[in-house]
Write a protein of this length. Structure first.
Length: 96
């Protein structure tokens, strides 16, 4: 079979418990919970990336990207990166 050889993602016990807590929380944004589920699944040697991609409705490339982000940034990989742009300004009295 052609393609990249699957590799086992090694999660520390602290990261694993934090990811499980995030997944179980009812207040977590779904995109963050989905990334946490992906990292937890990739820690299992039985996980097949193509099947996982279908289950979470993402491409295998996006799953590998989350994996690479975890290697680079750790648990912070599940959160969105800060975006540039003008900060929001709220006026209490309708002034601009």
């Amino acid at each position: 079979m052609k393609g990249r050889k699957p590799r086992l993602l090694s999660l520390s016990e602290a990261d694993k418990s934090e990811l499980q807590k995030i997944v179980r929380s009812g207040k977590t944004e779904q995109r963050i919970a989905r990334r946490a589920r992906i990292l937890l699944a990739l820690a299992s040697p039985q996980t097949i990336v193509n099947e996982l991609a279908k289950y979470v409705q993402m491409t295998p490339t996006a799953i590998w990207q989350i994996c690479r982000r975890y290697d680079e940034r750790g648990i912070e990989a599940i959160y969105d990166a800060p975006r540039s742009g003008r900060p929001r300004f709220f006026s209490l009295f309708g002034e601009s």
